[in-house]
Write a protein that binds this ligand. Structure first.
Ligand SMILES: *Cc1c(COP(=O)(O)O)cnc(C)c1O
Length: 358
C-alpha cells in the first residue's frame, strides 16, 4: 500500500503545452526533449502521449533512447550527446537512433562500424561544453559525406544564455553558427531550447529542441510558466499524517530552527528530501493545503516536513497538500530554494510513484 505521497502527471496539460510550442514555432519541426526520464515525468508515458503530434524525441543517453524503442516508440530519436563508445555506436545504429557527433572519436566509431546512420554535427559556438569548432565543420562534413553509410542530416548548437534575452553572448553564438550554416546551407539547422523557442524567434530554424516548457515550468528567472501560457504537468502531493498545537516559544524540527511566535497548529506531511523535496527549502516556502497557501516551518527531514496550518479553518489526517503543481508552481518553490524548476522536477525520487491522468 502506498503511503499516499505521489506525483500526478497531467497528460492533457502536456499535449496542450506541445500544441502551444507548435504555435510559437509553426515552421519548425519539434524534437520533444524527454531526457532524464522526461524531466522526472516518466519518459515512456510522455513519449506515448506526444507520439502522434511531435516530430521526434531527444534524449541524453543511449539507455534513454533504448527505453523508448523498447516501449514501441518508432519516431525519430536524437541522442543529444552522441555515443560514448564503439559498442554504444553499434547499438544506436541498430536501434535507428540519430546521433550527434561532437568529437573525432564519435566519427571514427561511426566510420568503423559500417552500419547506416543519420548524424548531426554539434558545433561549439561559445558555450564550450560540447561540439567541434566552426573551423572544423568543413572537414567533419567531408569525412561524413565520404562514408556512404552515413547521412549528414544537420548541424546544431546550444545557446548558453538564451534565458537572458539581452545577454550579448547569444548574438556572438548566433554569428558563429551563421558561419557554419553558410558552409552547409543544404542540411537541417537546429538551435533553440525552450528559452529560445519562446523569446528568440530568429533561432527557430528547421528544428527546435524544447524541454522544460513542455512540462509547464519556466526557463526564465523573471517570467512564470503561467505568464508564458504553459500549464504545469506534474503535481506533487503528500498527505497530512499528524497535526498538533504548540505554544509560543516552542520549536519545530531538527535543530529547532523555527520558533512559534504565536500559538501554532503544526501539520506534518509525508514527504521529505528522500522523496526529492529539497532539503534546503527555507522556512516560509509555500505549500498548498485545503484551498490555501501555508508555509513550511522547521527543517526538511528525510521523510517528512512540517507546515504552519494555524490559519486554516480545518485540517485532518489524510488531507492532501500540493508541494508544487497548479496552485504553487515548481518555479516558485525552486526560487525559494535558490535553484531552478528543472532540478526539482528531475530529482523526484523513485519512492514517489507517478499517476497518469489523460
Ligand atoms: C536539455 C537540452 C535541451 C532542452 O532544454 P530546455 O531548457 O529544457 O528547453 C535542448 N538542447 C540540448 C542540447 C539539451 O541538452
Amino acid at each position: 500500500m502506498s503511503r499516499g505521497t505521489r506525483a500526478i502527471i497531467d497528460l492533457a496539460a502536456l499535449r496542450f503545452n506541445h500544441q502551444k510550442v507548435r504555435q510559437l514555432a509553426p515552421n519548425s519541426k519539434i524534437w520533444s526533449v524527454v531526457k532524464a526520464n522526461g524531466y522526472g515525468h516518466g519518459a515512456t508515458r510522455i513519449a506515448q502521449a506526444l507520439a502522434a503530434s511531435t516530430d521526434g524525441f531527444a534524449v541524453a543517453t543511449l539507455d534513454e533512447a533504448c527505453e523508448l524503442r523498447q516501449a514501441g516508440i518508432d519516431k525519430p530519436i536524437l541522442l543529444l550527446e552522441g555515443t560514448a563508445s564503439a559498442g554504444q555506436t553499434g547499438v544506436a545504429c541498430e536501434e535507428n537512433i540519430e546521433l550527434v557527433i561532437h568529437n573525432p572519436e564519435q566519427l571514427q566509431w561511426l566510420v568503423e562500424q559500417k552500419k547506416p546512420a543519420r548524424v548531426w554535427l554539434k558545433i561549439d559556438t561559445g558555450m564550450h561544453r560540447l561540439g567541434i569548432s566552426v573551423a572544423q565543420v568543413a572537414e567533419f562534413a567531408k569525412q561524413v559525406s565520404n562514408q556512404l553509410h552515413l547521412t549528414l542530416v544537420g548541424i546544431m548548437t546550444h545557446l548558453a544564455s538564451a534565458d537572458e534575452p539581452d545577454n550579448p553572448q547569444t548574438d556572438e553564438q548566433l554569428a558563429q553558427f551563421a558561419q557554419a550554416q553558410a558552409l552547409l546551407p543544404n542540411v537541417q539547422h537546429c538551435i533553440s531550447n525552450s528559452a529560445a523557442t519562446v523569446s528568440l524567434v530568429d533561432t527557430h530554424a528547421n528544428w527546435i529542441r524544447p524541454g522544460i516548457i513542455l512540462y509547464g515550468a519556466s526557463p526564465f528567472a523573471d517570467k512564470t510558466a503561467k505568464q508564458l501560457g504553459f500549464k504545469p504537468v506534474m503535481s506533487l502531493l503528500a498527505p497530512v499524517i499528524a497535526v498538533r498545537n504548540i505554544d509560543v516559544g516552542e520549536k519545530v524540527g531538527y535543530g529547532g530552527n523555527w520558533t512559534a511566535k504565536r500559538p501554532t497548529s503544526v501539520a506534518t506531511l509525508a514527504i521529505g528530501y528522500a522523496d526529492g523535496y529539497p532539503r534546503h527549502a527555507p522556512n516560509g516556502t509555500p505549500v498548498w493545503l485545503n484551498g490555501q497557501q501555508v508555509e513550511l516551518i522547521g527543517r526538511v527531514s528525510m521523510d517528512m516536513i512540517t507546515v504552519d496550518v494555524t490559519d486554516l479553518a480545518h485540517v485532518e489526517l489524510g488531507d492532501e497538500a500540493v508541494l508544487w503543481g497548479e496552485q504553487v508552481s515548481v518555479d516558485t518553490v525552486a526560487s525559494a530554494c535558490n535553484t531552478i524548476g528543472y532540478e526539482l522536477l528531475t530529482r523526484r525520487s523513485l519512492r514517489v510513484p507517478l499517476q497518469f491522468r489523460d
